[in-house]
Design a protein around this ligand. Structure first.
Ligand SMILES: Cc1cc2nc3c(=O)[nH]c(=O)nc-3n(C[C@H](O)[C@H](O)[C@H](O)COP(=O)(O)OP(=O)(O)OC[C@H]3O[C@@H](n4cnc5c(N)ncnc54)[C@H](O)[C@@H]3O)c2cc1C
Length: 338
């Protein structure tokens, strides 16, 4: 049995590819709910969704009418966004995941719910994964397992694989009322210690994310972080107190990479394999593409052809290296990634 750990973008794309190849597949889905946020998806991402059998246009989401980027002088962001960034579309994260999961269910993918992966044992023909479950333990034998569990990379970690982290970017998100920001506008701008991403996805309402270096953020409260950028933030908000009271959520947004992308009977894909700066708007696209590619490589390896697996390793590494080069040149970091 092909086993996929994680029902995010990478896991669902992997499951759909498996079904398109006629392979039986079980997806272990975590029980926590995904946070909802408007996401930007490049046209490449829309194509990756299409490959999964999903037409983004049918989701009837508001199109991005305008994409405004305004970068001021900042130690972190002192340059204009690189030319040639593809035009993005806006999608609701939860809505997109629901649509993908519905496709997967229709294609005959089996889903099981689990909590913690507490043990991984090698077997003669693969791996045995042992999870705590909502009611009882779950013991699953896999001829091949795909780690699509996001940043947690639960399978890779259990197998003792390390992870290199390149920065300490943290995202603080709030949702609330805005004035002066029409619907369908994505607004990004730099501030002294990070950058701000604001999306007005319904009339008078916006989702605002403030990204900063986590080491710095650890020393100040969330409210103080908002105060550090009074001019930009206040210009977007009609009632600052309401915004701060509405609950600021924090998420790890650092760039990181697993030390190895896989091994005998397993591969990692999506955020489990590497995480990228949200400013690149490429995490979902990469997760969708890698999920599908990982399954193709896994299926080939099960019939004794290891070449696609090697190609997957090389391509995923080349993809990450190229992202790091772009990121370093964009932020003016020079050759060093950290
Ligand atoms: C603040 C922020 C904003 C972002 N904005 C954008 C954007 O605009 N555009 C874009 O393209 N990307 C964006 N990204 C990146 C994007 O969200 C990720 O790259 C993408 O979600 C990766 O998909 P994934 O399937 O690999 O991982 P995830 O989406 O993290 O999915 C992993 C899944 O595995 C499950 N899981 C974890 N542990 C277990 C377990 N033990 N058992 C079973 N299941 C488990 C989780 O519940 C989850 O459902 C953003 C990221 C952040 C942090």
């Amino acid at each position: 049995m092909l086993l996929i750990v994680g029902a995010g973008f990478a896991g669902l794309s992997a499951a759909l590819r498996a079904r398109h190849l006629g392979v039986a597949v079980t997806v272990v889905a975590g029980r926590e709910r995904a946070f909802d946020a408007p996401e930007c998806l490049s046209l490449e991402g829309v194509r990756a969704l299409h490959d999964c059998g999903l037409d983004a246009r049918q989701l009837q989401l508001p199109p991005v009418r305008e994409y405004i980027s305004r970068w001021g002088e900042s130690p972190m962001l002192s340059r204009a966004p690189p030319p040639g960034i593809p035009k993005n579309i806006m999608l609701g994260r939860v809505q997109l995941l629901r649509a993908l999961r519905a496709c997967a269910t229709e294609e005959g993918v089996t889903f099981v719910e689990a909590d913690e992966l507490y043990r991984v044992l090698p077997t003669r023909q693969g791996l045995q994964l042992q999870f705590t479950g909502p009611v009882q333990e779950l013991v699953l034998d896999a001829s091949f397992a795909i780690d699509a569990s996001g940043r947690a990379a639960v399978l890779a970690r259990k197998l003792g694989v390390g992870r290199r982290t390149f920065d300490h970017l943290v995202a603080y998100g709030v949702r609330g009322p805005v004035h002066g920001l029409p619907e369908g506008v994505v607004h990004t701008f730099s501030v002294a210690d990070g950058w701000v991403f604001a999306v007005s996805d319904s009339p008078g309402q916006a989702h605002v994310c403030f990204y900063t270096n986590g080491r710095l953020a650890g020393r100040v409260t969330e409210a103080k972080i908002m105060e550090r950028v009074p001019y930009q933030i206040r210009s977007l908000m009609s009632d600052e107190d309401m915004w701060l009271a509405s609950g600021v959520s924090a998420a790890n947004a650092s760039t990181s990479l697993l030390d190895v992308p896989g091994g005998t009977y397993w591969l990692a894909c999506g955020d489990a394999l590497q995480t990228v700066d949200p400013l690149s708007s490429s995490g979902i696209t990469t997760a969708l593409q890698q999920g599908a590619a990982a399954v193709s490589a896994a299926v080939a390896s099960l019939s004794g052809n290891l070449e696609p697996m090697r190609a997957y390793w090389l391509e995923s590494r080349a993809h990450f290296d190229s992202y790091v080069r772009n990121r370093n040149s964009f932020y003016g970091f020079g050759e060093s990634a950290s």
